[in-house]
Design a protein around this ligand. Structure first.
Ligand code: PLP
Length: 393
């Protein structure tokens, strides 16, 4: 063929992280077929959906059986009932949202990947280490990328100090994947102040907000005036176990304008052109998850993950090993002992304790020397892993 391709795709680095991990684990299993391997690298939820959610999905599916209640194409931005449910969910956290600012989608990944469509050729500032979608979607669009370094000195919560005063697009993820680090009110207020001062946009990923147990903001809109500078992307994946069901949402406030152009209007146009909405049963399931009863049921699952996170954090406290996360997050991000590199520690843990985690360097170069463990395995396996680590470290 002689057609031209999007050459920006050639600038993407191959992501070998998970295939590399699998290769190493499979090779180990071949040599040690009886090894009882515990996976603490799982990034997906493992507990089944609460009944209230499945019941809502079933009821909505039944409605599709009858001529009177059958539904065809959903509205591109979400049915009013789900937007109302999201608005109520935010209200309970003292955030008041305009219904028009809410866009329902099939998940945060799509929205984070697609948001580049409505933005021009800006300088992009991305924390490192972080969820890789921000980087890759901007590389695909040929943007200029700058990393904001997370390290032990800033507790993996980089701040704007030292950044220039030019307008830019800044991604923030709090609680962060992979570090579990969570910005407090003052830190987010500083980021917002910087965004006002420089005419910048913040894209705030709140996918893990439901894990927050301390007073850290669960939405950037808990900070006054954030609606003038921030988009918030969130998801039911971790909050309600929707990784397989698929539902998320993005808030683009009506107040948000770039050179007098409403970003909300642009996103409306973008979604109406390229997206045909989320299926009706899924939206009903999401509505149930966001209700007061639904949140209570989801919290029971989250509490189980949090208990696993606590077991792991307590171990690293006892061992005086530096870590972040574990409290407001399903992730524990630890410094590899004895200055081991991420993959060195991976092999060491696999060999000596039959435990699989995720090398921190897979989330960016500033993750080298660190390691991510997750709380998504069973309590039984987490306890077993803690016992092994207690002996090994
Ligand atoms: N944002 C972060 C920080 C994540 O870690 C993930 C998934 O792991 C997502 C977004 C994607 O969420 P969703 O399942 O809604 O696409």
């Amino acid at each position: 063929m002689k057609i031209k391709i999007n050459k920006n795709f050639l600038n993407l680095e191959e992501n070998y992280l998970f295939s590399d991990i699998n290769k190493r684990v499979n090779a180990y299993k071949e040599k040690n077929p009886n090894a009882d391997i515990i996976r603490l690298g799982i990034g997906d939820v493992t507990l089944p959906l609460p009944k209230i959610i499945v019941d809502a999905m079933k009821k909505a599916s039944d409605e599709m059986l009858s001529k009177d209640t059958f539904r065809g194409y959903p509205p591109e931005y979400g049915y009013d009932f789900i937007k109302e449910a999201i608005k109520d969910y935010y209200n309970r956290n003292n955030v008041s949202l305009d219904i028009e600012s809410i866009f329902v989608s099939d998940g945060a990944k799509s929205d984070l990947g697609n948001i580049v469509d409505i933005l021009g050729n800006n300088d992009i500032y991305i924390p490192n280490p972080v969820y890789p979608v921000y980087l890759d979607s901007n590389l695909m669009s040929g943007r200029r990328i700058h990393f904001i370094e997370g390290n032990e000195a800033n507790n993996f919560l980089p701040m704007p100090d030292g950044l220039n005063n030019k307008p830019k697009v800044i991604y923030l993820c709090s609680p962060n994947n992979p570090t579990g680090a969570t910005y407090n009110f003052n830190e987010l207020a500083k980021w917002l102040e910087y965004a006002y001062k420089t005419g910048s946009l913040i894209i705030y990923d709140a996918a893990y907000e439901a894990f927050i147990v301390d007073s850290s903001p669960r939405s950037i809109y808990q900070i006054p005036n954030a609606k003038y500078v921030a988009i918030e992307v969130s998801s039911l994946s971790k909050m309600a176990g929707f990784t397989g069901v698929r539902c998320g949402y993005t808030i683009i406030p009506l107040e948000l304008k770039a050179n007098d152009v409403s970003l909300n209007k642009l996103w409306k146009r973008r979604q109406a052109t390229k997206f045909n909405g989320v299926s009706y049963p899924v939206q009903r399931a999401a509505e149930a998850a966001l209700s007061i009863e639904g949140v209570k049921a989801c919290k029971e699952n989250l509490d189980k993950y949090k208990e696993n996170a606590r077991l792991l954090s307590d171990l690293f406290d006892r061992k005086h090993i530096w870590y972040s996360g574990g409290k407001n997050s399903p992730y524990i991000w630890l410094k590899c002992p004895n200055n081991m590199k991420s993959f060195e520690f991976f092999d060491y843990l696999l060999d000596k304790a039959n435990i699989v985690g995720t090398p921190g360097v897979g989330f960016g170069k500033f993750g080298e020397g660190y390691f991510r463990l997750t709380s998504f395995n069973t309590k039984e396996n987490t306890i077993k892993a803690v016992e092994r680590l207690e002996k090994l470290l």
